[in-house]
Design a binder for this molecule. Structure first.
Ligand code: UD1
Length: 428
């Protein structure tokens, strides 16, 4: 089993010097690939991240009858969707990728039926699907759970007004895609506003969908009879860009994040600057520099444009080595604090009470063996290793590779002593 191993000097810090370039967003690319189901013909997605999840989504589209070509070097997927799609998304693929659920809306819209396995995914909470399913019902589909599958059927979807209890990213995307081919007008109220949803809206619009309110909490979709395939460039990954911003804040040094879109990370960069980091932004990216320990700051995760839950583990890790005490509040995924047990093995002082964590900063952490439970927690443990004296080994590092193409290689290029190692099964 592969692990990442870092070795840091006695003062713990391995400052970063140099630049990284951020690619396409995982959380956008997977949905754009699912959207290709909506139009018969050849859709091309560019700026695709070179990660395992993209391969899994490619295999799933293949299982649904598409011809899929993934060119990792060119960061491009070509998906040829047939007139007659399959409608069965099997468990063996869906369980490897929670985002597989985003084929549900397109399949119901295109085929009038879908059988999609209930997904597994990251270990970060119960991650319900009730809003996806209730929304499809509101659009006229009959929806049932049978033998571990969501089974949905409808002659043709009909536009309706759908109120989401919470601005769920996945539910917004599924209903949006379904509504593009429904008869009449659909209003999705309390819709999620993440930049990845705006990216999906723009692709759908270019395919011929009529979508209003892009980037707002109310999406209005006028259904059409048919969509046309397009070529679309995936938006830059704001979570990867934000991860690098935290990397510089935790380790110190000066890091240029090329193609990082600062306006998608306003709260994050403002907080880092207020805590003592030097942040400069321009059209092509941003730079974060830090000399010593930053001041601790509080964080409350919220749907976009609030502080992203996906960056919470990095904020918590930074707090663990900052001056003072921080309160981190997690409002989106209840189980995100699971990784604190691992951070504690590195000597972090964290007390959890419900969805709040109180973190007392220390000058330096202490290297140890830890385990990654999900993508962000895994990457956060690697960054903790940048401020932990001695040797830190992060097992189950495949999680990190699922979200961060070439993470170890980028860190090495910035001067970090880090390598990929194979752990014997007994050491896992
Ligand atoms: C997406 C992102 C994930 C990010 C999250 C929030 C992808 C592949 N993943 O996940 O990285 O952390 O947005 O920004 O894009 N919920 C329900 N019922 C539902 C739907 C959601 O209870 O029908 C709950 C979930 O359990 C969770 C919260 O709502 O507690 C947010 O979920 P949601 O916004 O849907 O996140 P995902 O789309 O799963």
């Amino acid at each position: 089993m592969e692990a990442f191993r870092l070795t840091s000097p006695p003062d713990g810090r391995q400052p970063l010097h140099g630049s990284v370039t951020v690619g396409g967003a995982k959380n956008s690319a997977l949905k754009l690939m699912a959207a290709s189901l909506l139009a018969p013909g050849t859709t091309t997605i560019t700026n695709l991240p070179d990660i395992l999840d993209v391969d899994v989504m490619g295999r799933l589209l293949g299982e649904l009858g598409c011809e899929v070509e993934l060119d990792h070097d060119a960061e491009r997927a070509t998906v040829r969707a047939p007139e007659e799609l399959g409608h069965h998304a099997p468990y063996h693929l869906v369980r490897r990728l929670r985002a597989s659920i985003s084929v549900l809306g397109p399949l119901v819209a295109r085929c009038g039926r879908a059988r999609v396995a209930l997904p597994g995914g990251d270990n970060i909470g119960s991650r319900g699907l009730d809003m996806h399913l209730r929304g499809l019902e509101a659009l006229g589909a009959s929806v049932a759970i049978e033998h571990g599958y969501v089974v949905a059927e409808v002659a043709r979807l009909r536009g309706a007004t759908v109120w989401l209890d919470f601005p769920s990213v996945g539910a917004t995307e599924n209903l949006l895609m379904a509504a593009t081919l429904a008869e009449g007008t659909t209003v999705i109220d309390n819709a999620a506003r993440e930049p990845e949803i705006a990216d999906l809206c723009r692709m759908l619009q270019r395919m011929g969908a009529r979508v209003d309110g892009v980037g707002t909490g109310t999406l209005v979709v006028e259904g059409v009879d048919r969509l046309e395939p397009v070529t679309h460039e995936t938006v830059t990954d704001r979570i990867v860009a934000g991860t690098w911003a935290f990397a510089a804040a935790i380790a110190g040094g000066e890091l240029r994040v090329d193609r990082g879109r600062a306006h998608h990370l306003e709260i994050v960069l403002d907080k880092l600057a207020a805590a003592g980091a030097r942040v400069s932004t321009d059209d092509a990216g941003f730079t974060v520099a830090a000399d010593g320990r930053l001041e601790a700051f509080d964080v409350v995760t919220l749907p976009y444009p609030g502080f992203p839950t996906d960056l919470q583990p990095f904020a918590l890790t930074l707090a663990a080595v900052s001056e003072g005490t921080a309160m981190i509040t997690e409002n989106v995924f209840e189980a995100r604090f699971m990784f604190v047990q691992e951070l504690a093995r590195l000597g972090a002082e964290v007390r959890i009470d419900g969805h709040h964590a109180v973190v007392r900063g220390k000058p330096v952490l202490s290297g140890a063996d830890v385990v990654a439970h999900d993508i962000r927690a895994g990457a956060a443990l690697v960054l903790a290793g940048l401020a932990a004296e001695g040797r830190t080994t992060v097992a189950d590092s495949y999680h990190v590779d699922r979200g961060y193409p070439g993470f170890v290689e980028s860190l090495r290029s910035l001067g970090v002593d880090v390598e990929r190692v194979q752990l014997p099964d007994l050491e896992r």
